[in-house]
Ligand binder design. Structure first.
Ligand SMILES: Cc1cc2nc3c(=O)[nH]c(=O)nc-3n(C[C@H](O)[C@H](O)[C@H](O)COP(=O)(O)OP(=O)(O)OC[C@H]3O[C@@H](n4cnc5c(N)ncnc54)[C@H](O)[C@@H]3O)c2cc1C
Length: 390
C-alpha cells in the first residue's frame, strides 16, 4: 500500500475504537481522525440518559482524548470522498489523502416531519448533545407536571425517552405505527411485555398513523388517523435512523455494504464500521446494527482487518455480532445480545409471571444468533458465549 496512512471519518463508538485499536495493535503509521462533533467526540448513548435529564453536562460525556496516541484529530465535516484519488474533501476547504479509509460516520435521525414551518423550537429529534440541551431548555420553562411532550416513534430512543420524561413528571403521549413496537429488535413476546409497560405508564397511541403535525409558537398539534388530536408543548420525533452517507454522494441514505471483514464492497481501500455499515446475513439479507457496543466492536474489527490486509497481521476472521445493548424502561431492564435479523425465528420463550425474568432465543440455520430478556441480565450473560456456535 502507498504509505500515506489511514484516515478514519467519524469519531463516535466505531471511529474512536478503530483509532485506539490501531495503536494498541502496534500500528505506527499516521492516523487522521475527522469528526463533525462541535464539542468533540462523545458517548451518544448518554444524550438522552444523562444530558436530557441534566445528570451530566455535554462535556462530562466526552470520549477519552486521542491526543496522547499521536493521532491527528481534525474537527471538520467530510463533504466528499474521491476513492480513485484516495482523497477526502473537508467542509472548511481543506482535505486529506489516505492509504486506506475507515468510514465510521454513524447514522442520523430519519426526517419524517418535514413541514416544520411555524414549529421552530417545538419539534425536535434527539440525537446530539445540542438536541438534548435544546429540549431541556424547553422543558425548564415550566414545572414538569405542566409540560406535555408527544413522542413520535416507540423504538429504542422513543421508548427510553418516554420513560425518562415520565420519571421526572412530564406528561407523555407516545405514538407508534406498530401495535407492538420493538418486536423487530427483541421478538414478539418481549415486545408485548414492553408494550404493556408503556400502556401502564404513558398515554399510548399504538397502531396509529400520523396525518398532520401543525402548531404555533406555543403548542404543537399532532392529528392521528383515528382523528385524535394531541396538543403538547413539544414533539420529539424518534422514527429511527438512516446511515450518514450523504457526504459520499448517497443522499438517499443507503449504508455502506461491507464484506465479513468489514471491507467496503464498492470503495477500494475502504472499510466501514458502526451504524453506517450494512452487513449481509447468511441468507443474503442486508442489515445494520445501531448499538454502541456493536459499533465499537466493528471499529476494532475493521482496524484489525486493515492491519491484516496491509501489514500481514493475523486475520481477525469474519465479524460476528455478539455484543449487546441494555435499556431501562420504567425501572424494568431489557437487554439483548447478538443481532436479530429480518428473517430471525424466535425459537423459544421462557415467560414467567410478571416481575420475574423473561428470556427469548432466536436462531437461523440451526444456530442461536440472538438472545433477549427482561430482568434477565445474568441469564443472558451466561448464554452469550453460545451465540453463533454451530
Ligand atoms: C439518544 C441516543 C441514545 C442511545 N442509547 C443507546 C444505548 O443505550 N445503547 C446502545 O447500544 N446504543 C444506543 N444508541 C445508539 C448508539 O449511540 C449508536 O449505535 C452508536 O453511537 C453508533 O456508533 P457509530 O460510531 O457508528 O456512530 P456515532 O457514535 O454516531 O459517531 C458518528 C461520528 O461520525 C461523525 N460524522 C458524521 N458525519 C460526518 C462527516 N460527514 N464528516 C465527519 N464526521 C462525521 C460524527 O461527528 C461522529 O463523530 C443511542 C443513540 C441515541 C441517539
Amino acid at each position: 500500500m502507498t504509505e500515506t496512512g489511514i484516515a478514519i471519518i467519524g469519531a463516535g463508538a466505531a471511529g474512536h475504537s478503530a483509532a485506539t485499536t490501531l495503536r494498541q495493535e502496534g500500528y505506527q503509521g499516521s492516523i487522521t481522525v475527522v469528526h463533525a462533533d462541535h464539542q468533540g467526540p462523545y458517548n451518544r448513548t448518554l444524550v438522552n440518559k444523562a444530558v436530557l435529564q441534566g445528570l451530566l453536562t455535554p462535556e462530562q460525556i466526552a470520549l477519552p482524548t486521542l491526543d496522547g496516541l499521536g493521532i491527528n484529530v481534525v474537527a471538520d465535516r467530510a463533504v466528499a470522498l474521491d476513492a480513485d484519488r484516495r482523497a477526502v474533501r473537508l467542509d472548511q476547504g481543506g482535505g486529506l489523502t489516505y492509504g486506506a479509509v475507515i468510514i465510521a460516520t454513524g447514522a442520523k435521525p430519519r426526517q419524517t416531519v418535514v413541514h416544520t414551518e411555524g414549529l421552530r423550537g417545538r419539534v425536535f429529534t434527539i440525537h446530539t448533545t445540542e438536541d438534548a440541551t435544546r429540549i431541556r431548555d424547553r422543558l425548564s420553562t415550566g414545572t414538569p407536571e405542566q409540560i406535555s411532550v408527544t413522542i413520535l416513534g416507540a423504538g429504542f430512543i422513543g421508548a427510553e425517552t418516554a420513560s425518562y420524561l415520565t420519571d421526572i413528571g412530564v406528561n407523555v403521549d407516545l405514538v407508534s405505527r406498530d401495535i407492538t413496537p420493538l418486536t423487530g429488535a427483541v421478538g414478539q413476546d418481549i415486545g408485548q411485555s414492553i408494550t404493556e409497560l408503556h400502556h401502564k405508564h404513558v398515554r399510548t397511541h399504538f397502531g396509529r398513523e400520523i396525518i398532520k403535525v401543525s402548531g404555533n409558537s406555543h403548542t404543537v398539534t399532532v392529528l392521528l388517523d383515528d382523528q385524535t388530536t394531541l396538543t403538547s408543548e413539544i414533539v420529539i420525533v424518534a422514527h429511527g435512523t438512516v446511515p450518514s452517507t450523504d457526504w459520499i454522494g448517497n443522499p438517499t441514505g443507503g449504508g455502506i455494504v461491507v464484506d465479513d471483514r468489514l471491507r467496503a464492497e464498492t470503495i477500494e481501500h475502504g472499510y466501514a464500521a458502526g451504524a453506517v455499515a450494512v452487513h449481509r446475513s447468511l441468507a443474503g439479507v442486508g442489515y445494520r446494527i445501531d448499538h454502541w457496543d456493536a459499533a465499537a466492536a466493528q471499529g476494532a474489527h475493521a482496524a484489525r482487518a486493515f492491519l491484516h490486509d496491509h501489514y500481514d497481521a493475523p486475520d481477525p476472521g469474519p465479524y460476528v455480532p455478539t455484543t449487546g445493548f441494555a435499556l431501562q424502561l420504567y425501572r424494568t431492564s431489557i437487554a439483548a445480545f447478538g443481532a436479530l435479523l429480518p428473517h430471525s425465528r424466535q425459537e423459544s420463550t421462557d415467560l414467567e409471571p410478571a416481575g420475574s425474568h423473561t428470556t427469548a432465543f432466536f436462531s437461523d440455520d440451526g444456530r442461536m444468533h440472538a438472545i433477549a430478556g427482561i430482568n434477565a441480565g445474568r441469564t443472558l450473560h451466561s448464554m452469550r458465549s453460545n451465540l453463533n456456535r454451530p
